[in-house]
Design a protein around this ligand. Structure first.
Ligand code: GTP
Length: 606
């Protein structure tokens, strides 16, 4: 195979616009997989259980297809990208292995926030973009209107847009033709020194890490000895092949080809996305733009039963073998005992990890409130703090802290005009700055959509922002963001006192303008979950020496379990079950009992 007969492409889209469905149709049309009953909707490319449950793609999956054009077999490599803002970085990396992308837009929904962000990523990478309007079978589809929207938003010529229904298969053959006609083949030479671009990895219990690579130059074969530009570690190829979408071993991968390799890598963390692999002994320049994934959200994870810690730590480590973007550190808390502090790409990533711990490792855990990495600027150095207990108690001359900075993101929200006021309000209450807006399609009256851009602290969006965005726009708003560095901010550490004693695991970092509201909210929550004592217990929120809020837990009278639990019924059952098993323990906080279950309740309540 020569490069001319290869096309490497990706499908990029907002969540639910039909990426997986189109991928399935392409695989069927090329005979890569057998045709399924239409409407069954079990996607081939989505593999993880949590993905199926949530209906979103978390982990990218890739497949190669063979298809004849002009009498010649061509290889079409579909590089799948994950579909969520947390994984924007992975999207960007996977796109580096492509020369083109199908920009898929739902003809009933129109351009959404993520459509815009993925379009920009693809454009920055210089990819050929093929615009595709999907779901034209829907009665609510408005292909002309959405085509005009794509023209005004992206400068796309409506003539270039292919209209399809991924569900019924209509128009999908035109997409195949366009991939061949419009996307340039990869460039590379078989004689050049080996350069393989690592764009994704997965974990196999038996073989360790399986990396997905796109060959730039040279030929990669089984038994070859390779090294990583990033880590300088050396490996031997033990297994090599293409994905159809299941693994098919091959003798070698040629320039322009995409495939998998196994090379005795033990941990996913060794497979750096964006890394360049080369032949041991050769000298090559790494392909540009390598940046490691950055954890943006941190949380402490503790076992409900503290004696379970060794098992929990083992489970976390095992799970992390399969997820290269999680960072792990041990953490110990007076209130919760031994635990781990984990770093995630975003809150969805955190949720997915938590759910996998519970589903696949049967873990019973307490997860603390998420925190972003803050930057503490001292006179002579800068320190990143992602655990509230390490945050300075006071920021003044005595603490030698010059200033505190927090990560901010550039956010864009797309929403029908009627919700514009609510969205502005939401942004203001979440400390947004540099607000701007523009109409996506002018002059269409009540149907017109507005795009709102702003700079907003990351900490504001890791809490309830997304839920509020959805509820205040009746589900119509879409949202995306990208990192935008750090900004100085007036942040304080809030601690909670039970009977005058601070509970470390409850400490929070909050913006000064929110301290009253958050202090009041949390003491109200606490008073509900802490069991009554033989005496009155003050529950206080404090910033420095100042008490912000206070509730008083009245003395014990009758049934302690009444009013102890709120929240999810299933979780409650689980907790009660565990109690029955005699596993429940009480932690003594000074003279006040703070059961693990109370932490669980407070951390899982919204
Ligand atoms: P993520 O993996 O979360 O990014 O979603 P996705 O973009 O892969 O979307 P998916 O293919 O899962 O499709 C979302 C929903 O739209 C599913 O219920 C599909 O059955 C439906 N769908 C996809 N294409 C079409 C289409 O052409 N017509 C209709 N009517 N429904 C479609």
């Amino acid at each position: 195979f020569t490069c001319d007969l290869i096309r490497n492409f990706s499908i990029i889209a907002h969540i639910d616009h039909g990426k997986s469905t189109l991928a399935d149709r392409l695989l069927e049309l090329t005979g890569t997989i057998k045709k399924k009953e239409i409407g069954k909707n079990e996607q081939v490319l989505d593999k993880l259980k949590v993905e199926r449950e949530r209906g979103i793609t978390v982990k990218a999956q890739t497949a190669s297809m063979m298809h004849p054009f002009g009498g010649k077999q061509h290889i079409l490599n579909l590089i799948d990208t994950p579909g969520h803002v947390d994984f924007a970085w992975e999207v960007s990396r996977s796109l580096a292995a492509c020369q083109g992308a199908l920009l898929l837009v739902d003809a009933s929904q129109g351009v959404q926030a993520q459509t815009i962000s993925v379009f920009h990523i693809a454009q920055e990478r210089g990819l050929k973009i093929i615009p595709v309007l999907n779901k034209i079978d829907l009665p609510a589809a408005q292909p002309e209107r959405i085509a005009a929207q794509m023209q005004s938003t992206f400068g796309i010529d409506p003539e270039d847009i292919i209209q399809i229904s991924a569900k019924t298969g209509r128009g999908v053959d035109q997409v195949l033709q366009a991939i061949i006609d419009r996307i340039p083949p990869p460039k590379g030479t078989a004689t050049g020194p080996l350069k393989a671009f690592l764009f994704d990895s997965m974990y196999d219990r038996y073989r360790g890490v399986i990396s997905l690579v796109a060959i730039q130059d040279g030929i990669l074969k089984k038994g070859d000895r390779i090294a990583s530009c990033h880590t300088k570690k050396k490996y031997e190829i033990t297994d090599i092949g293409v994905l159809n979408p299941e693994e098919i071993p091959v003798n070698g991968l040629h320039p322009g080809q995409v495939g998998y390799i196994a090379c005795n890598m033990k941990e996913s963390a060794e497979a750096h996305i964006g890394d360049t692999l080369y032949r041991v002994g050769a000298v090559v320049d790494p392909m540009p733009g390598f940046k490691p994934a950055k954890a943006m959200v941190y949380a402490g994870i503790f076992p409900i039963d503290t004696s379970d810690f060794p098992k929990l730590e083992e489970s976390i480590k095992r799970l992390a073998l399969t997820d290269r973007s999680v960072t792990i550190q041990r953490e110990s808390s007076t209130a919760l005992g031994q635990g781990c502090r984990l770093g995630f790409l975003g809150t969805l990533h955190m949720d997915v990890f938590r759910q996998r711990l519970e589903d696949e490792h049967d873990a019973n855990i307490i997860i603390t409130a998420p925190t972003v990495p803050y930057k503490i600027v001292y006179k002579d150095r800068e320190v990143y703090v992602s655990n509230p207990t390490e945050f300075p108690d006071a920021i003044d001359v005595s603490s030698k802290v010059k200033e505190v900075q927090e990560p901010v993101v550039k956010a864009s929200i797309i929403v029908p005009e009627e919700y514009f006021g609510d969205m502005m309000d939401l942004c203001f209450t979440h400390r947004a700055e540099e607000l701007e807006h523009k109409y996506l399609d002018a002059g269409t009256g009540t149907e017109s959509r507005i795009m709102l851009n702003c700079v907003i602290p990351l900490s504001e969006i890791v809490t309830d922002f997304f839920d509020q965005l959805k509820s205040r726009s009746s589900g119509f708003a879409s949202f995306d963001y990208e990192e935008a560095g750090y900004k100085p901010s007036n942040l304080v550490k809030m601690v909670f006192l039970l009977n005058g004693k601070p509970v470390d695991a409850l400490a929070l970092i909050v913006h000064r303008s929110h301290e009253d509201a958050i202090g009041k909210l949390w003491v109200k929550k606490l008073v509900k979950v802490i069991p009554r004592q033989m005496f009155e217990v003050p529950i206080q929120a404090a910033v420095g020496k100042k008490i912000i809020a206070r509730e008083t837990l009245s003395a014990y009278r009758a049934d302690v379990t009444a009013g102890l639990y709120g929240g999810h019924v299933e979780r409650k059952m689980k907790v009660l079950e565990r109690q029955k098993e005699g596993k429940a323990r009480m932690k003594r906080m000074g003279s006040v009992d703070m059961p693990q279950e109370a932490f669980f309740e407070i951390m899982s309540s919204k």
